[in-house]
Design a protein around this ligand. Structure first.
Ligand SMILES: Cc1cc2nc3c(=O)[nH]c(=O)nc-3n(C[C@H](O)[C@H](O)[C@H](O)COP(=O)(O)OP(=O)(O)OC[C@H]3O[C@@H](n4cnc5c(N)ncnc54)[C@H](O)[C@@H]3O)c2cc1C
Length: 430
């Protein structure tokens, strides 16, 4: 029987709870979700069934100045997120989730429970970004907590094409991977109907977190990006934990909403990712606008998240997550729809957009983010898969780290007990 391991259940292709092979079992980790914080050594043991929201909330109950650099969606599970990378609004300063893991407990294919010492360096390396399911079932992670200021500043301002959005996005690409690592300014781009004349336009949201006070943010923005015209009224000072609500668009909710495990009513969706190493020219951006305007308004979104900062100081092979120096930003493509019968049209749209983006994306390989799972880039056979076949998707997610992941897999799970459509194959299987 195939085994599917589910922690938060947010896998984009549902690999934690569905299988083409009807003989499968789901191991649901949701009840294994305790968290213990040690404020003396600024660490936490987090069980995999906890959500990011629960982790952030629990940290905030101990300290206003401790935090963790994980993703922005509170209902995402620790198990999938931490084994696949994990980046968020403070990652330019503090790294990814995987950069802050210092120990783990997992069950291997022989049913043994291992910790960092007994699993050895290779396996401990592999589960920090190479995906958990290929190697076993992770039970818990020990993480370093990071220190943030008592007060941070957030803003979310938007500009339409009529307000120079094309030029702003173009310039943004030259600035925000190099700017002070305390500042993260990500873009959400959507097609909307203008309230003025009812015509379609592109609206770009500049969604930002600054680890500092507004009086330090404004001169920085004025110096580096005066074109946005950011003013004090656009900015709000708050604690880091409040900023997690702001960024998750839960601003008016009480902190306890972070403990809610149920995702907001998510319709059907398909997502993809790309890395950008050279700025996209303005005519390339205008092509993206044409694609966005073809979709139902507000139902498709592109997110541009800048990298750089501390993310670039790690070598490509330090963890399986290879997207380090040289990447200006990641693109997250997303399209949603309401009725299952509409799937084909929307999936076709996102695939066409992805083809259009090829000249502007990273090449050889065209890199993708493992946590934004996309079976379009290649998948395994139902049974065993050759190294060659798995290379189709493996190098995109992991670049040369794929080879080391295959070696680790061959050593720890040669019979391919743990497998799915995009699990690392052992060499013996072919
Ligand atoms: C709304 C939304 C927002 C997101 N925002 C971000 C973001 O800001 N930053 C970011 O980096 N990512 C983000 N993601 C992507 C997210 O990190 C991945 O989808 C992640 O894999 C989800 O983890 P999960 O535990 O919820 O999912 P699951 O579906 O439970 O698991 C995902 C994969 O990991 C495996 N797995 C799960 N638990 C274990 C375990 N204990 N041991 C071994 N293998 C395991 C599963 O089998 C599956 O293959 C977002 C996703 C969504 C849906």
């Amino acid at each position: 029987m195939q085994i599917r391991v589910r922690s938060g259940g947010h896998d984009y292709e549902g690999l934690s709870y569905i299988s083409r092979n009807p003989n499968f079992v789901i191991i649901d980790m949701a009840n294994l979700r305790s968290i213990s914080i040690d404020t003396n050594e600024n660490t936490a043991w987090v069980h995999v069934g906890a959500t990011l929201g629960q982790l952030y909330y629990t940290i905030s109950q101990e300290s206003r100045t401790l935090a963790f650099p994980g993703g922005v969606c509170p209902t995402v599970g620790v198990g999938g997120h931490f084994t696949g990378g994990g980046y968020g609004m403070i990652s330019r300063k503090h790294g990814l989730a995987v950069d802050n893991i210092i120990d783990a407990k997992m069950i291997n294919a022989n049913g043994e429970i291992l910790d960092r010492e007994s699993m050895g360096d290779d396996l401990f390396w592999a589960i920090r970004g190479g995906g958990g399911t290929s190697f076993g079932i992770v039970l818990a992670f020990k993480v370093k907590l990071v220190v943030v200021p008592e007060t941070v500043t957030v803003f979310n301002v938007s500009r339409t094409l009529e307000q120079n959005a094309t030029q702003l996005v173009h310039k943004w690409q030259y600035i925000f991977d190099k700017i002070d690592e305390n500042l993260q300014v990500r873009l959400h781009l959507r097609s909307v109907r203008s309230p003025r004349d009812g015509k379609r336009t592109i609206q770009v949201f500049f969604v930002s977190l600054f680890q500092g006070r507004v009086h330090d943010l404004l001169p920085l923005m004025q110096e580096k990006f005066p074109e946005l015209g950011l003013v004090e009224q656009d900015c709000t000072e708050m604690s880091w934990i409040e900023s997690t609500l702001f960024i998750a668009e839960l601003r008016d909710e009480p902190l306890e909403v972070l403990l809610n495990r149920t995702a907001q009513n998510t319709p059907h969706f398909k997502a993809k990712s790309d890395y950008v190493r050279r700025p996209i020219p303005e005519h390339g951006l205008r092509g993206i606008w044409r694609f966005l305007n073809q979709e139902v308004e507000n139902q498709a979104e592109l997110q541009f998240s800048p990298y750089g900062g501390v993310l670039s100081t790690f070598s490509e092979s330090e963890t399986p997550f290879p997207h380090r120096s040289g990447n200006i930003f990641i693109i997250h493509y997303l399209v949603m729809w309401d009725r299952a019968t509409e799937a084909e049209r929307h999936v076709d749209w996102i695939r066409r957009l992805y083809s259009y983006m090829a000249p502007y994306a990273s090449k050889s390989p065209r890199a993708a983010y493992f946590n934004y799972r996309d079976l379009d880039i290649g998948m395994n056979n139902e049974g065993n898969t050759s190294y060659k076949q798995a290379s189709a998707w493996g190098f995109k997610y992991f670049n040369n780290n794929f080879n080391r992941l295959v070696r680790v897999k061959t050593e720890v799970d040669p019979s391919n007990f743990f497998r799915n459509e995009q699990s690392i194959p052992p060499l013996s299987s072919w």
